[in-house]
Design a protein around this ligand. Structure first.
Ligand SMILES: Cc1cc2nc3c(=O)[nH]c(=O)nc-3n(C[C@H](O)[C@H](O)[C@H](O)COP(=O)(O)OP(=O)(O)OC[C@H]3O[C@@H](n4cnc5c(N)ncnc54)[C@H](O)[C@@H]3O)c2cc1C
Length: 459
């Protein structure tokens, strides 16, 4: 690969290409439990044309290309499993257009959640996007492409559901637009054309590199509030969630269960976030939410936790600091979670499984479930913190994650943003014709197999 570095430097300039040991070390790993895998080069393109030129060069020389946003997926999907180029998209961070009336924003894929959040607050205070609880450096592209979820997901679904259109560099270097932007100057919808966005969502960067995307924006109301409903009977949670979601006034509904602090142990807490433009509207929404679960309160089986006003900002903060705080519990920088995308009626089983596995492996754990859509599905998370410097601790977390992935599949769920070994667990259970179709699509798009190889593969 002697002169490859020079050729890459001709495309993006020498300051944005590296084959130094320091970069190779850092880009070989993420905060999760997957073992390091070293890239040969790290490249930071600045434009779509540069991405296309890098991909063409890689294709000619059969060099693997791994697209990367912030590398915060935690499940090792941005490691270079077969070496090659890590294409770090963070320089492509421009906010290109906001259409207030049609409520969408067009960004480059490497734009961070924090940048977009701050930009909208300053320039379009009546609008917001759905923010995941990931660190603010996480990119819009990386999050949408893994079917992420966030603070408006109860109202509007997965972040991939909020996608209006894409610009993507195909594995042969062709630049393609998908959605209304394929023929209009506006990126307002994916309908009514054939929905080719699905060729790039959920594929772990194995089908192309997204360079631009438009996502939906939503009204930002002046007043925000939270209610926290608490029970100690997990079997009642599916019905409680069904009732809470049925009134359709919450923006976000997230359950959380932790063994510490002691007052939280054994309880299922459900945060219900809602907002409004006037006090009257806020009270009306609060009353609707309260009324939906009144039978549980009347039977004294559950109730609302008092949240003193000074504590409310902590619950309302987006991103929520709580999971990030838990992630650092063991110090030493190790954190990973299984997100089981599941039907909400599996909540009791999912909860008991999480507690059992954590106790079996003596893992520090935090469990939770974000409702996606109007109780259409949930992302049940089993988060484990560990100390990277303690190999026994890392191994315990790894075993706990592997067993959690397996149990998630057995319960009828699907591990989200699955690690490479968990992808194999999924493939084993998947309709073989679906996997065969995936392979045929990949073969057509990427006959030389250069895109993030090692992912969504059997061997
Ligand atoms: C404390 C904590 C809380 C979290 N909470 C949430 C949450 O509430 N909701 C949530 O959804 N996630 C959450 N996450 C998980 C994760 O951090 C986010 O999903 C994050 O947005 C992923 O974005 P990224 O830029 O880091 O993606 P990366 O890790 O860089 O990439 C993710 C995948 O997308 C591919 N990819 C990236 N960019 C491109 C591109 N331009 N073109 C093609 N493929 C690409 C990569 O190859 C990889 O397969 C959390 C993580 C932490 C640490």
């Amino acid at each position: 690969m002697g002169n490859i570095k020079d050729q890459l430097a001709k495309i993006v300039s020498s300051e944005f290409v590296s084959d130094h040991a320091e970069e190779q070390y850092l880009y070989a790993r993420d905060p999760g439990t997957m073992p390091p895998a070293k890239p040969d080069y790290v490249v930071m393109p600045g434009t779509t044309e540069e991405v296309a030129a890098v991909v063409k060069l890689a294709n000619q020389n059969r060099i693997p290309v791994v697209p990367m946003g912030a590398g915060l997926v935690l499940s090792g999907l941005t490691r270079a499993l077969k070496g090659g180029i890590i294409l770090d998209m963070k320089r492509m961070n421009r906010i290109l257009k906001v259409n207030e009336i049609c409520r969408y924003v067009l960004v480059e894929a490497g734009t961070s959640q924090g940048t977009l959040q701050a930009y909208l607050k300053k320039h379009h205070p009546a609008l917001k996007h759905s923010i995941p609880d990931a660190p603010p450096g996480a990119t819009i592209g990386g999050n949408v492409l893994i079917h992420g979820s966030g603070h408006l997901s109860h109202m509007a679904g997965y972040h991939s559901d909020m996608l209006n259109g894409l610009e993507v560099v195909l594995p042969n270097g062709d630049i393609t637009r998908i959605g209304s932007c394929a023929l209009s100057s506006d990126w307002f919808a994916r309908a009514p054309l054939p929905d080719l966005a699905g060729l790039f969502i959920g594929w772990a960067g194995t089908t192309g590199i997204v360079t631009r995307l438009a996502i939906k924006l939503y009204p930002r109301y002046k007043l925000n509030d939270v209610l926290v409903f608490v029970t100690d009977q997990p079997d009642t949670v599916p019905d409680i969630l069904y009732r809470l979601s049925g009134v359709q006034v919450a923006e976000d509904i997230t359950a959380w269960m932790m063994p510490k602090p002691a007052w939280a142990a054994g309880f299922q807490h459900i945060n219900i976030l809602f907002s409004a433009n006037t006090k009257e509207e806020l009270i009306w929404k609060r009353n609707l939410i309260r009324a939906s679960v009144k039978p549980y309160i009347d039977r004294r089986e559950a109730g609302f936790m008092a949240v003193p006003p000074p504590m409310k900002p902590r619950f309302l903060k987006a991103p929520s600091p709580d999971l990030a705080r838990f992630a650092d519990l063991k110090k030493g920088g190790g954190f990973e979670y299984v997100g089981g995308i599941m039907p909400p009626d599996r909540f009791p089983e999912a909860y008991r499984t999480g507690v059992e596995i954590a106790e079996k492996y003596q893992a520090a754990y935090s469990l939770g479930a974000r409702m996606i859509g109007v109780n259409h599905s949930m992302m049940f998370f089993y988060a484990y913190a560990f100390n990277r410097a303690d190999s026994a601790d890392v191994e315990r977390a790894q075993l706990a994650l592997e067993e959690t992935n397996q149990k998630t599949i057995e319960m009828g769920g699907i591990p989200w943003k699955a690690e490479e070994p968990a992808q194999k667990q999924i493939i084993q259970k998947m309709d073989p014709n679906m996997f065969s179709l995936m392979n045929r699509i990949r073969g057509l798009l990427d006959p030389n197999g250069i895109m993030n190889p090692g992912n969504w593969e059997v061997n």
